[in-house]
Design a protein around this ligand. Structure first.
Ligand SMILES: CC(C)(COP(=O)(O)OP(=O)(O)OC[C@H]1O[C@@H](n2cnc3c(N)ncnc32)[C@H](O)[C@@H]1OP(=O)(O)O)[C@@H](O)C(=O)NCCC(=O)NCCS
Length: 185
């Protein structure tokens, strides 16, 4: 398995990752309550306003998770988010999740560039050794995104989730820390 950083084409737009702010709350609430987008990701159930408010107030306080807002350079609006969750300091591992909120913003290289930056953060800031993703086997765009970033397929969970009336197989993929992520002292 190659441990080098994969070559990622320069995106058309400059994409930034950064903290979630109170102004992102409305868009996030809408996206969390978008059953169509959830069909690519998890078994959807509505998120109520009170729980959402509590979540966004505490979003930075859980040491096992880091949430990033994705923005276009020069614009305040959030276009998506990337999360590192189940961060384990013992195993130096985490799981990655990506969502570009609006359909019109997908397929333009934004998700790949944002995820690329978060993967670099995981290696260089969190000193992680392994990042895992779980992808529905029919989510072609997500499979291509993770493959392009150097994730390798490790296995298949058959009929792992029941989504919108059908069983879904889940592909497990992971990236291991590239040697290039560590600079000698
Ligand atoms: C999956 C998702 C994060 C990808 O982000 P994106 O910005 O839309 O995707 P990108 O434009 O960065 O493209 C990623 C890859 O998919 C390919 N792609 C783009 N649109 C595609 C489409 N309609 N069908 C198949 N592949 C597509 C791109 O060419 C790229 O692959 P490449 O590097 O081999 O060329 C985003 O579409 C999304 O949020 N979808 C809904 C939620 C979801 O599926 N989350 C992931 C759960 S694991």
């Amino acid at each position: 398995m190659s441990t080098q950083d994969p070559v990622v084409p320069v995106p058309v737009e400059r994409i930034l990752i950064g903290p979630i702010t109170g102004q992102d709350s409305e868009a996030l609430f809408r996206w969390f309550n978008d059953p169509q987008a959830a069909r690519f990701d998890y078994a959807w159930r509505p998120v109520d306003g009170m729980s959402h408010q509590k979540w966004i107030t505490n979003v930075g306080t859980d040491p096992t998770q880091v949430w990033f807002a994705v923005r276009r350079a020069g614009h305040n609006g959030i276009v998506g988010f990337v999360i590192l969750r189940n961060i384990s300091p013992v195993h130096r591992s985490a799981e990655l999740g990506v969502r570009i909120g609006e359909d019109g913003d997908r397929g333009r290289g934004v998700g790949k560039e944002a995820a690329r930056q978060v993967v670099q953060y995981a290696w260089k800031a969190l000193n992680l050794n392994r990042i895992q993703v779980s992808v529905f086997a029919d989510n072609e765009r997500a499979l291509r995104l993770y493959t392009a970033l150097g994730f390798r397929r490790e296995g298949l969970l058959r009929r792992a989730q029941f989504i919108d009336g059908a069983w879904k197989n889940i592909v497990i993929m992971a990236a291991l820390r590239p040697k290039a992520a560590t600079t000698p002292a």
